[in-house]
Design a protein around this ligand. Sequence first.
Ligand code: G3H
Ligand code: 13P
Ligand code: ZN
Length: 282
Amino acid sequence: MPLVGVDTLLEQAQQGNYAVGAFNANNMEIVQAIIQAAELERSPVIMQASQGAIRYAGLEYITGMVRIAAENSTVPVALHLDHGTDFDQVIKCIRSGFTSVMFDGSQLPLEENIATTKKILEIARPIGVSVEAELGKIGGTEDDIHVSEAAYTDPEEARYFVEQTGVRSLAVAIGTAHGQYKGEPRLDFDRLAAIQRLVNIPIVLHGSSGVPDEAVRKAISLGVRKVNIDTNIREAFVGAMREVMAAKPGEIDPRQILGPAREAAIKIIREKMRVFGSSGRA
Ligand code: G3H
Ligand code: 13P
Ligand code: ZN
């Protein structure tokens, strides 16, 4: 079926009290793994490409691969820009056929974040493209930011932000971080509950790899409707490549290395879909 928007998927998730997985697609094998996992689980799915993925694979390749995957699939698939920080890049993705974009203005002063998010919504909404915004700094373990609570999303500010922009999904900082965690992440569920009460729109959880399943389930019970996973796919994919290369150091056929990597990615993505409760919803 043709690509769908993220808002529709999240509205359905809101009604069914589950979350849709948003998996980062960096190459053909990962695109195939995401779609195959979704088919096997009968799950709606969001494929997302970061600015880095677009630089690596090329915008036309990413859009083309995901569009073909969606058209050949029997489950709903959305194509989403992950952490678009540049207005022009966001517009290029919309023109290229993305059905959803994230504008990440979390590094900007509040009023600038609001103004640019609004500008993108004015362009995207009339043509049916979904928009995700970010408030609070999610950060990355790789920068050793170790997200201090001062950078967490303030619930009252979230209410103001949503009122001012009219955005329909919001990424929040409640204790998760991108990349591999050094210790076990502790999520601020009280903050999440307060945000949800005040904004009443689908919440997006970033940096979800490495967050224990129970904590993810609890976050979903408190209004998280989109769960972003990248690092766990990288670990599974590259881990399988390493195993093949260690077992067969003379192997020179990339397909013999990338095939098992794709299988490993399918397995982890299926597991995530079950945790998110999206299995069987398509
Ligand atoms: O949010 C970050 C994602 O994991 C994307 O990472 O910028 O290395 O593609 P990347
Ligand atoms: P992880 O790599 O920590 O799973 O985070 C993914 C993400 O938030 C993409 O936006
Ligand atoms: Zn993220």
